[in-house]
Design a protein around this ligand. Structure first.
Ligand code: NDP
Ligand code: OXD
Length: 313
């Protein structure tokens, strides 16, 4: 009943130590240093090396070190076993902090104010009340719902969009393709917290940006993407920023990570870039979570946060 950790060593080493401290009887190995591949029952994965999992004939359970599982599901050699993704209150709080921070920066026109500061310009820029800014959140799962409620508490007008109907007090919820345009049509700041699946890939493109209204209080629509880079089309974002279809963007995730030095996004005056760390998993919180899931599994109890392979998230 040994555990394999397959991810970058900067995460794997502290994770391994933490699991060993929490459960000294558990054997834990870091790929590829595994003496007996037949003894591995559990795999903890983050961007693992593809086409290696078939070497683990006794593998029974996969745990994703992240909330997103696209990095696992795109392995062409995925074994037929349950996959549990990471859900954690601290991760959720971190994401909501990031989303609220980005929304507030754009609501208060921080990019323009900071640009003025760099040129020693003392000039008032119009400020608008939160209640007059419409935030639309794509994805009302664990992260999207929490961000929606926190933005609502800050006073924003918040709507959300998901695959299935949601009932969240104070949030107008839209569902599916049939209500997508109505949702976009009343969104000044678009926040994306969707998973990357075959249905969501490339969704944030020029056609979508053109559906965002231009009559809000801000100089134009704003995009905040903290889901996955595969959800957006970077050339379309740059064009939309340059031709005024979008006013500004905050991006935590990119088509290719790390973002290439040559990307024009780096130097764009109305883009805020963060290096995919809106909400980081910590080895301590993940070790506790993984051991809890494994213990439940060994006791025959239900696993939490199982991935639906059909839906892809
Ligand atoms: P959940 O699975 O809890 O929520 C996903 C939401 O997206 C659900 O509301 C789901 O709808 C909706 N959704 C999925 N597919 C569609 C679709 N085709 N059309 C409309 N809605 C859809 O995930 P989390 O909230 O926990 O995480 C979301 C994503 O955030 C992760 O997959 C990951 O990619 C990203 N992430 C990024 C981090 C970062 O640091 N940048 C950190 C953590 C996560 P329904 O509720 O109806 O199923
Ligand atoms: C995640 C992430 O999916 O950090 O948890 O991107």
């Amino acid at each position: 009943m040994s555990i394999l950790i397959s991810m970058d060593h900067s995460f794997a080493t502290p994770l391994c130590k933490t699991i060993e401290n929490l459960d000294p009887n558990r054997r834990v190995y870091i790929w590829p240093d595994v003496p007996d591949l037949n003894g591995i029952t559990y795999a903890l994965l983050w961007k693992h090396r593809y086409n290696t999992l078939h070497q683990l004939p006794q593998l029974e359970l996969i745990l994703s070190y992240g909330a997103g599982v696209d990095h696992i599901l795109s392995d062409p050699d995925l074994p037929d076993c349950p996959i549990v993704r990471f859900v954690d209150p601290d991760l959720t709080q971190s994401m909501s902090e990031y989303i609220c921070m980005q929304v507030l920066l754009h609501q208060r026109r921080f990019l323009d104010l900071y640009s003025q500061q760099k040129h020693k310009i003392w000039r008032s820029i119009p400020q608008y009340y939160a209640k007059d800014i419409r935030i639309g959140i794509m994805g009302l799962g664990v992260l999207g719902k929490d961000a929606a409620l926190k933005l609502k508490a800050l006073g924003f007008h918040v709507t959300g969009w998901a695959r299935s109907r949601k009932h969240i007090t104070g949030i107008d919820c839209f569902v599916g393709a049939s209500e997508f345009d109505a949702f976009l049509g009343q969104t000044d700041i678009l926040v994306c917290l969707l998973p990357l699946t075959d249905k969501t890939e490339g969704l944030l493109d020029r056609q979508l940006f053109q559906k965002l209204p231009r009559d809000g209080p801000l100089p134009g629509p704003v995009l905040i993407n903290a889901g996955r880079g595969g959800l957006h089309v970077e050339t379309d974002i740059i064009d939309a920023l340059d031709n005024g279809t979008l006013y500004a963007a905050s991006l935590d995730v990119f088509e290719t990570e790390p973002l290439a030095d040559s990307s024009p996004l780096w130097d764009h005056p109305r883009v805020i870039i963060t290096p995919h760390n809106a909400a980081d998993t910590t080895p301590y919180s993940f070790a506790r979570y993984a051991l809890r899931q494994i213990t439940q599994y060994e006791r025959g109890l239900p696993l939490e946060n199982l991935v639906d392979l059909g839906r892809g998230y």
